[in-house]
Design a protein around this ligand. Sequence first.
Ligand SMILES: [Zn+2]
Length: 425
Amino acid sequence: MILIQHALIASEESPNLLAADVLIENGVISRIEAGMAVPEGARVIDARGRVMLPGMFDAHVHFREPGFEAKETIATGAEAAINGGVTGVVMMPNTSPAIDSGTVVANVLDIAKRTARIPVYTSGCVTKGRHGKELAGIDGMRALGVRMLTDDGDTTGDPAVLLRAMQYAGELGMFFASHCEVPELAGPRALNEGVMSYRLGIKGSPACAEEIIIDRDIRLAHAAGAHIHIQHVSSKLGMETIRWWKSRGDVKVTAEVSPHHLLFRDEDIGNFDTHYKMNPPLRTRADNEGLLEGLLEGVFDLIATDHAPHTPFEKAQDFVSAPNGITGLDTALVSLHHHFVDKRIFGWDVVVKRYSAEPRRLMGLPEVSIEVGQPADLVLFDPDVETTFTADFMKSKSRNTPFLDQTLKGRVDVVVLGEKVLLER
Ligand SMILES: [Zn+2]
């Protein structure tokens, strides 16, 4: 039995916080009221001044296992999630071997069950080996509970193959998540095409390389009657394309935005800093503003980090050779607090809705909220103290993040999942 006293409870319904004590019995929230007497035998956590949030859920993470365990494993990725107040994730299938059959899915879910302290779900490839040619083993993956199909890391090249997959898997209740990029336009996939690419003398990837496929894949979903989810949108016009399709109401389209695309831009690359290198690339201030507008309007259903660990050795290469991606799980919640909630750009309700509730809805998972009768799945967040993201603080195996050694306002203090306290600082 755990009694959490004096918490300020957040929900997706309202920016206002409810001050109350929360009692957890057998892993379930059994009472919520102010000034509760301490039941005999209860472990007491004093949450005075701290915000209680439902556990976050990240629908876009790269845990690198099997195949790239030097970057991350399912176990270390899950610990990074807990460190950042995230209690559930969806893995991307660009591992080695790629997650493109029931056999690989079974292997990954088995590792997750043995080594991760939070639920880890996986998506599956649209095409075998993510090569864009032949359909992956969709039935076998569906039988093991896979719902999201994606060739993330790349666009599914052949639109006829993607259309066929949509016609087929849509009927099985699966949906498609698209990494949007025309490879012929993207050049070496190093950075945005603009002032910065010109200054650094590297061929940039124009926003239209992304926007063309956003539109193409929604059109294909429209034709097939499938549900399409657009991943990590980085451009304002991309957001507007999704907004237009959503306004029509005749295709099921959802979309995500990452904290880094909201917060950073290509100029931050400065002197070839590979911690600002990701795909899609950071674009411009106008794109940051457009993406925030899309988040506040609900064009973006969810926030997802695209947590993409790489070793220091890999990221230390020259800018074009270094791999794309940054980690996000250790830092996302604190960075959203520091840059948005604390500055009153949006409230905790937006964080709960977009980074906890909606991603679970996308995956067809049960609701997680702080209400009597719900399983305990919650985070205590202290908005008044700071976190310094030192290498030691990070639980991800990799430290490739622009937040490395930065100090931001807010700290994830406690994570409770069921009967277990997974984190207590
Ligand atoms: Zn991607």
